[in-house]
Design a protein around this ligand. Structure first.
Ligand SMILES: [Zn+2]
Length: 97
């Protein structure tokens, strides 16, 4: 296996998500390769530098807006009706006065 191949497995190796086959390949390679040993040490030092290999986070679905119930519509009509009645009453008083 080439160093490039090993370097792609090393993040999995650190996170213990590599297959047993891969683990043995990495360990064999690390015995004979200084470069990859240093690469492994680097990643161990900086876990944040490990490329993201985990599944993307599932985005929380936003709940659809709850439509206004019929009750609130009826209330609006009642308020509107009262407003109109009051307005007509005021106009009536003005005309009469
Ligand atoms: Zn190597």
């Amino acid at each position: 296996m080439s160093c490039e191949e090993i370097k792609t497995i090393i993040p999995l190796y650190i996170k213990h998500t590599a297959t047993e086959e891969d683990i043995s390949k990495v360990e064999e390679h690390l015995c004979i390769c200084d470069t990859c040993r240093q690469y492994l040490a680097q990643l161990m030092d900086k876990p944040n530098a490990i490329p993201a290999i985990t599944a993307p986070r599932i985005q929380e679905e936003t709940l659809p807006a709850i439509p206004a119930g019929k009750d609130s519509n009826i209330l609006e009509y009642i308020m509107l009706g009262i407003g109109v009645v009051v307005l007509l009453f005021v106009v009536f008083l003005l005309i009469k006065g």
